[in-house]
Design a protein around this ligand. Structure first.
Ligand code: TXA
Ligand code: MG
Length: 310
Protein backbone atom coordinates (compact mmCIF):
# COMPACT_ATOMS: atom_id res chain seq x y z
CA UNK A 1 0.00 0.00 0.00
CA UNK A 2 1.31 3.42 -0.90
CA UNK A 3 0.58 6.54 1.07
CA UNK A 4 -1.85 7.62 -1.63
CA UNK A 5 -3.78 4.32 -1.25
CA UNK A 6 -4.00 5.04 2.47
CA UNK A 7 -5.18 8.57 1.73
CA UNK A 8 -7.94 7.31 -0.61
CA UNK A 9 -9.11 4.97 2.16
CA UNK A 10 -8.96 7.81 4.67
CA UNK A 11 -11.24 9.90 2.45
CA UNK A 12 -13.64 6.98 2.15
CA UNK A 13 -13.62 6.67 5.94
CA UNK A 14 -14.64 10.31 6.35
CA UNK A 15 -11.18 11.62 7.29
CA UNK A 16 -9.54 14.78 5.98
CA UNK A 17 -6.63 14.58 3.52
CA UNK A 18 -4.56 17.65 2.68
CA UNK A 19 -3.07 17.24 -0.79
CA UNK A 20 -0.87 19.17 -3.20
CA UNK A 21 -2.20 20.80 -6.34
CA UNK A 22 -0.43 22.97 -8.90
CA UNK A 23 -2.13 26.09 -7.48
CA UNK A 24 -2.06 25.68 -3.68
CA UNK A 25 -2.55 22.77 -1.25
CA UNK A 26 -6.14 21.75 -0.58
CA UNK A 27 -7.80 20.30 2.53
CA UNK A 28 -9.95 17.49 1.15
CA UNK A 29 -12.97 15.47 2.27
CA UNK A 30 -15.50 13.19 0.57
CA UNK A 31 -17.78 15.67 -1.23
CA UNK A 32 -20.78 13.41 -0.56
CA UNK A 33 -20.21 13.04 3.20
CA UNK A 34 -21.78 15.86 5.25
CA UNK A 35 -19.92 14.97 8.46
CA UNK A 36 -16.55 14.92 6.72
CA UNK A 37 -17.25 18.20 4.91
CA UNK A 38 -18.36 19.79 8.19
CA UNK A 39 -14.93 18.96 9.60
CA UNK A 40 -13.28 21.05 6.84
CA UNK A 41 -15.27 24.10 7.92
CA UNK A 42 -14.42 23.44 11.54
CA UNK A 43 -10.68 22.96 10.90
CA UNK A 44 -10.48 26.10 8.76
CA UNK A 45 -12.87 28.11 10.95
CA UNK A 46 -14.64 28.97 7.73
CA UNK A 47 -18.24 30.27 7.62
CA UNK A 48 -20.48 27.45 6.36
CA UNK A 49 -22.14 29.60 3.68
CA UNK A 50 -18.86 29.73 1.72
CA UNK A 51 -19.03 27.01 -0.96
CA UNK A 52 -16.27 24.47 -1.58
CA UNK A 53 -14.75 23.43 -4.89
CA UNK A 54 -15.26 19.74 -5.78
CA UNK A 55 -12.11 18.19 -7.25
CA UNK A 56 -12.47 15.33 -9.76
CA UNK A 57 -9.99 13.35 -11.84
CA UNK A 58 -11.33 14.16 -15.32
CA UNK A 59 -13.94 16.03 -17.37
CA UNK A 60 -15.99 12.82 -17.41
CA UNK A 61 -17.15 13.58 -13.85
CA UNK A 62 -18.63 16.96 -14.84
CA UNK A 63 -22.05 15.56 -15.65
CA UNK A 64 -22.30 13.82 -12.31
CA UNK A 65 -22.08 17.07 -10.32
CA UNK A 66 -23.53 19.57 -12.83
CA UNK A 67 -26.48 19.97 -15.21
CA UNK A 68 -27.32 22.32 -18.09
CA UNK A 69 -23.61 22.67 -18.88
CA UNK A 70 -23.15 25.28 -21.61
CA UNK A 71 -21.06 24.38 -24.64
CA UNK A 72 -18.49 27.06 -23.80
CA UNK A 73 -17.90 25.43 -20.39
CA UNK A 74 -17.18 22.11 -22.09
CA UNK A 75 -14.70 23.88 -24.39
CA UNK A 76 -12.96 25.40 -21.37
CA UNK A 77 -12.84 22.06 -19.56
CA UNK A 78 -11.37 20.39 -22.61
CA UNK A 79 -8.78 23.11 -23.11
CA UNK A 80 -7.62 23.73 -19.54
CA UNK A 81 -8.28 20.61 -17.41
CA UNK A 82 -6.30 19.29 -15.70
CA UNK A 83 -5.28 22.81 -14.77
CA UNK A 84 -5.64 25.94 -12.62
CA UNK A 85 -9.29 26.63 -13.46
CA UNK A 86 -12.55 26.17 -11.54
CA UNK A 87 -15.88 26.18 -13.37
CA UNK A 88 -19.07 27.29 -11.61
CA UNK A 89 -22.00 25.35 -13.07
CA UNK A 90 -25.64 24.62 -12.28
CA UNK A 91 -25.49 21.87 -9.68
CA UNK A 92 -27.04 18.42 -10.06
CA UNK A 93 -28.93 16.73 -7.22
CA UNK A 94 -25.63 15.14 -6.18
CA UNK A 95 -24.15 18.48 -5.09
CA UNK A 96 -25.82 19.15 -1.78
CA UNK A 97 -26.22 22.38 0.19
CA UNK A 98 -23.46 21.35 2.61
CA UNK A 99 -20.89 21.60 -0.22
CA UNK A 100 -22.35 24.48 -2.24
CA UNK A 101 -23.07 26.72 0.72
CA UNK A 102 -26.75 26.48 -0.22
CA UNK A 103 -26.20 27.97 -3.68
CA UNK A 104 -27.80 26.48 -6.80
CA UNK A 105 -24.35 26.21 -8.41
CA UNK A 106 -21.32 23.99 -7.88
CA UNK A 107 -17.60 24.64 -8.37
CA UNK A 108 -15.61 21.90 -10.18
CA UNK A 109 -11.90 21.53 -10.88
CA UNK A 110 -9.49 18.90 -12.22
CA UNK A 111 -6.14 19.78 -10.63
CA UNK A 112 -2.92 19.27 -12.57
CA UNK A 113 -0.65 17.58 -10.05
CA UNK A 114 0.40 13.92 -10.20
CA UNK A 115 -0.29 13.30 -6.48
CA UNK A 116 -3.71 14.96 -6.63
CA UNK A 117 -4.69 13.09 -9.80
CA UNK A 118 -3.56 9.73 -8.42
CA UNK A 119 -5.45 10.38 -5.18
CA UNK A 120 -8.62 11.33 -7.07
CA UNK A 121 -8.38 8.31 -9.39
CA UNK A 122 -7.84 5.89 -6.51
CA UNK A 123 -10.62 7.49 -4.55
CA UNK A 124 -12.97 7.21 -7.53
CA UNK A 125 -11.99 3.54 -7.97
CA UNK A 126 -13.26 3.00 -4.40
CA UNK A 127 -16.61 4.50 -5.43
CA UNK A 128 -15.90 8.12 -4.46
CA UNK A 129 -17.33 10.81 -6.73
CA UNK A 130 -15.24 13.84 -5.84
CA UNK A 131 -13.21 15.56 -3.16
CA UNK A 132 -14.39 18.85 -1.70
CA UNK A 133 -11.35 20.96 -0.92
CA UNK A 134 -10.72 24.58 -0.03
CA UNK A 135 -7.18 25.89 0.29
CA UNK A 136 -5.61 24.27 3.38
CA UNK A 137 -5.28 27.43 5.48
CA UNK A 138 -7.27 29.05 8.26
CA UNK A 139 -10.08 31.23 6.92
CA UNK A 140 -8.82 34.57 5.60
CA UNK A 141 -5.13 33.63 5.81
CA UNK A 142 -2.48 32.89 3.21
CA UNK A 143 -2.93 29.68 1.18
CA UNK A 144 -0.19 27.06 1.68
CA UNK A 145 2.04 26.10 -1.24
CA UNK A 146 4.05 23.39 0.58
CA UNK A 147 3.15 20.43 2.80
CA UNK A 148 5.16 22.00 5.64
CA UNK A 149 3.06 25.16 5.44
CA UNK A 150 -0.11 23.02 5.69
CA UNK A 151 1.22 21.23 8.76
CA UNK A 152 2.36 24.46 10.41
CA UNK A 153 -1.08 25.98 9.91
CA UNK A 154 -3.45 23.07 10.54
CA UNK A 155 -1.75 20.13 12.28
CA UNK A 156 -3.15 21.09 15.70
CA UNK A 157 -6.65 20.98 14.17
CA UNK A 158 -6.31 17.60 12.43
CA UNK A 159 -6.78 14.17 14.00
CA UNK A 160 -4.28 11.27 13.94
CA UNK A 161 -6.25 9.64 11.14
CA UNK A 162 -6.23 12.71 8.89
CA UNK A 163 -3.32 12.97 6.45
CA UNK A 164 -1.11 15.57 4.78
CA UNK A 165 0.34 14.39 1.46
CA UNK A 166 3.72 15.71 0.31
CA UNK A 167 4.00 17.03 -3.22
CA UNK A 168 6.68 19.69 -3.34
CA UNK A 169 6.11 23.39 -3.95
CA UNK A 170 2.98 24.24 -5.94
CA UNK A 171 4.09 25.25 -9.42
CA UNK A 172 1.53 28.02 -10.07
CA UNK A 173 1.43 29.28 -6.48
CA UNK A 174 -1.88 31.15 -6.46
CA UNK A 175 -5.42 29.79 -6.51
CA UNK A 176 -7.28 28.74 -9.65
CA UNK A 177 -9.14 31.12 -11.92
CA UNK A 178 -12.84 30.81 -11.03
CA UNK A 179 -15.18 31.17 -14.02
CA UNK A 180 -18.92 31.57 -13.67
CA UNK A 181 -20.49 29.38 -16.37
CA UNK A 182 -24.11 29.82 -15.32
CA UNK A 183 -24.83 32.65 -17.78
CA UNK A 184 -24.87 33.00 -21.57
CA UNK A 185 -21.17 33.92 -21.53
CA UNK A 186 -18.39 33.29 -19.01
CA UNK A 187 -17.23 35.76 -16.36
CA UNK A 188 -14.22 35.67 -14.05
CA UNK A 189 -15.03 35.57 -10.33
CA UNK A 190 -11.42 35.19 -9.20
CA UNK A 191 -8.43 35.87 -11.50
CA UNK A 192 -5.68 33.27 -11.81
CA UNK A 193 -3.28 31.66 -14.25
CA UNK A 194 -6.02 31.05 -16.83
CA UNK A 195 -6.53 34.57 -18.13
CA UNK A 196 -9.41 36.44 -19.75
CA UNK A 197 -7.61 36.30 -23.10
CA UNK A 198 -7.18 32.51 -22.86
CA UNK A 199 -10.87 32.12 -21.99
CA UNK A 200 -12.13 34.26 -24.85
CA UNK A 201 -9.74 32.60 -27.30
CA UNK A 202 -11.08 29.14 -26.47
CA UNK A 203 -14.77 30.07 -26.24
CA UNK A 204 -14.92 32.75 -28.93
CA UNK A 205 -17.00 34.81 -26.50
CA UNK A 206 -16.37 38.11 -24.80
CA UNK A 207 -16.56 37.81 -21.04
CA UNK A 208 -19.39 39.44 -19.09
CA UNK A 209 -19.11 41.53 -15.94
CA UNK A 210 -18.96 39.57 -12.74
CA UNK A 211 -22.15 38.86 -10.90
CA UNK A 212 -22.11 40.04 -7.33
CA UNK A 213 -24.90 37.70 -6.18
CA UNK A 214 -22.47 34.77 -6.28
CA UNK A 215 -20.52 34.37 -3.09
CA UNK A 216 -16.78 33.98 -3.46
CA UNK A 217 -14.92 34.16 -0.17
CA UNK A 218 -11.84 35.39 -1.99
CA UNK A 219 -14.01 38.32 -3.05
CA UNK A 220 -14.11 39.69 0.50
CA UNK A 221 -12.02 42.84 0.64
CA UNK A 222 -9.67 41.41 3.25
CA UNK A 223 -8.27 37.97 2.50
CA UNK A 224 -5.03 36.10 1.84
CA UNK A 225 -3.57 38.06 4.76
CA UNK A 226 -0.43 37.23 6.75
CA UNK A 227 0.04 38.51 10.31
CA UNK A 228 2.43 41.13 8.96
CA UNK A 229 0.88 44.34 7.64
CA UNK A 230 1.26 44.54 3.87
CA UNK A 231 1.75 47.88 2.08
CA UNK A 232 1.77 48.27 -1.68
CA UNK A 233 4.09 50.22 -3.93
CA UNK A 234 5.85 52.45 -1.40
CA UNK A 235 9.57 52.84 -0.74
CA UNK A 236 10.54 50.10 1.78
CA UNK A 237 12.24 51.25 5.00
CA UNK A 238 14.88 49.45 7.08
CA UNK A 239 13.32 46.60 9.11
CA UNK A 240 10.53 46.04 6.60
CA UNK A 241 10.27 43.02 4.33
CA UNK A 242 10.25 43.36 0.54
CA UNK A 243 8.38 41.38 -2.10
CA UNK A 244 9.27 42.52 -5.63
CA UNK A 245 10.73 41.37 -8.91
CA UNK A 246 14.49 40.71 -8.73
CA UNK A 247 15.09 43.75 -10.94
CA UNK A 248 13.89 45.98 -8.08
CA UNK A 249 16.79 47.04 -5.78
CA UNK A 250 16.81 46.11 -2.07
CA UNK A 251 17.53 49.18 0.08
CA UNK A 252 20.00 48.72 2.96
CA UNK A 253 18.38 47.18 6.05
CA UNK A 254 15.36 45.87 4.12
CA UNK A 255 14.70 42.11 4.33
CA UNK A 256 14.23 40.55 0.86
CA UNK A 257 11.46 37.93 1.09
CA UNK A 258 11.76 36.69 -2.52
CA UNK A 259 13.49 37.64 -5.79
CA UNK A 260 11.34 36.35 -8.66
CA UNK A 261 12.75 36.89 -12.15
CA UNK A 262 9.36 37.17 -13.84
CA UNK A 263 5.62 37.26 -13.07
CA UNK A 264 5.23 33.48 -13.10
CA UNK A 265 7.94 33.14 -10.48
CA UNK A 266 6.35 36.03 -8.60
CA UNK A 267 3.07 34.10 -8.34
CA UNK A 268 4.89 30.92 -7.42
CA UNK A 269 6.86 32.56 -4.58
CA UNK A 270 4.29 35.08 -3.29
CA UNK A 271 2.61 33.03 -0.55
CA UNK A 272 5.82 31.46 0.76
CA UNK A 273 7.29 34.99 0.93
CA UNK A 274 4.31 36.20 2.99
CA UNK A 275 4.69 33.18 5.29
CA UNK A 276 8.42 33.83 5.61
CA UNK A 277 7.67 37.33 6.89
CA UNK A 278 5.57 35.84 9.69
CA UNK A 279 8.23 33.23 10.50
CA UNK A 280 10.90 35.94 10.72
CA UNK A 281 8.49 38.07 12.79
CA UNK A 282 8.73 40.89 10.32
CA UNK A 283 5.73 43.06 11.12
CA UNK A 284 5.59 45.18 7.95
CA UNK A 285 6.00 44.06 4.35
CA UNK A 286 6.17 46.21 1.24
CA UNK A 287 5.14 44.58 -2.02
CA UNK A 288 5.92 46.15 -5.38
CA UNK A 289 3.19 44.82 -7.63
CA UNK A 290 3.97 43.67 -11.17
CA UNK A 291 2.38 45.57 -14.05
CA UNK A 292 0.69 44.15 -17.12
CA UNK A 293 -1.95 41.54 -17.93
CA UNK A 294 -2.00 37.77 -17.56
CA UNK A 295 -1.14 36.35 -14.15
CA UNK A 296 -0.01 39.83 -13.02
CA UNK A 297 -3.72 40.66 -12.66
CA UNK A 298 -4.15 37.77 -10.21
CA UNK A 299 -1.03 38.80 -8.25
CA UNK A 300 -2.36 42.36 -7.88
CA UNK A 301 -5.76 40.97 -6.82
CA UNK A 302 -4.24 38.83 -4.04
CA UNK A 303 -1.88 41.57 -2.86
CA UNK A 304 -4.62 44.18 -2.73
CA UNK A 305 -6.64 41.82 -0.50
CA UNK A 306 -3.61 40.98 1.64
CA UNK A 307 -3.01 44.71 2.16
CA UNK A 308 -6.64 45.73 2.69
CA UNK A 309 -7.01 48.50 5.26
CA UNK A 310 -3.27 49.26 5.46
O1 TXA B 1 -6.78 26.64 -6.70
C1 TXA B 1 -7.79 26.45 -6.02
O2 TXA B 1 -8.92 26.77 -6.43
C2 TXA B 1 -7.61 25.82 -4.65
C3 TXA B 1 -7.13 24.38 -4.81
C4 TXA B 1 -7.04 23.66 -3.51
O3 TXA B 1 -7.96 23.71 -5.71
N1 TXA B 1 -8.83 25.87 -3.90
C5 TXA B 1 -9.32 27.02 -3.39
O4 TXA B 1 -10.45 26.83 -2.61
O5 TXA B 1 -8.80 28.10 -3.56
P1 TXA B 1 -11.04 27.96 -1.66
O6 TXA B 1 -12.20 27.31 -0.98
O7 TXA B 1 -9.98 28.49 -0.80
O8 TXA B 1 -11.56 29.02 -2.66
C6 TXA B 1 -12.59 28.62 -3.53
C7 TXA B 1 -13.46 29.76 -3.87
C8 TXA B 1 -14.19 30.29 -2.69
O9 TXA B 1 -14.01 31.70 -2.67
C9 TXA B 1 -15.62 29.92 -2.94
O10 TXA B 1 -16.49 30.90 -2.45
C10 TXA B 1 -15.66 29.82 -4.47
O11 TXA B 1 -14.43 29.27 -4.79
N2 TXA B 1 -16.72 28.90 -4.89
C11 TXA B 1 -16.79 27.58 -4.72
N3 TXA B 1 -17.96 27.10 -5.17
C12 TXA B 1 -18.64 28.16 -5.65
C13 TXA B 1 -19.92 28.35 -6.21
N4 TXA B 1 -20.77 27.34 -6.39
N5 TXA B 1 -20.28 29.58 -6.57
C14 TXA B 1 -19.44 30.62 -6.40
N6 TXA B 1 -18.23 30.52 -5.84
C15 TXA B 1 -17.83 29.32 -5.47
MG1 MG C 1 -8.91 29.82 0.17
Amino acid sequence: MTQIDDAALALQGGQLVAFPTETVYGLGADAANPTAVARIYEAKQRPTNHPLIIHVSSVDQMDYWAIDIPEYARLLAKAFWPGPMTLILQRSDAAKDFVTGGQPSVGLRVPNHPVALELLRKYESLGGKGVAAPSANLFGRVSPTTADAVSAELSSRLSDKDMVLEGGSSAVGIESTIIDCTKAAPSILRPGAITEEMISDVTNLSLIQRDSDIRVSGALDSHYAPRAKVFLNIEPKPGQGLIALASEPTPVGVFRLCSPEDVNEYAQQLYSALRLADEKEISEVVAITPSGDGIAIAIRDRLSKASFGN
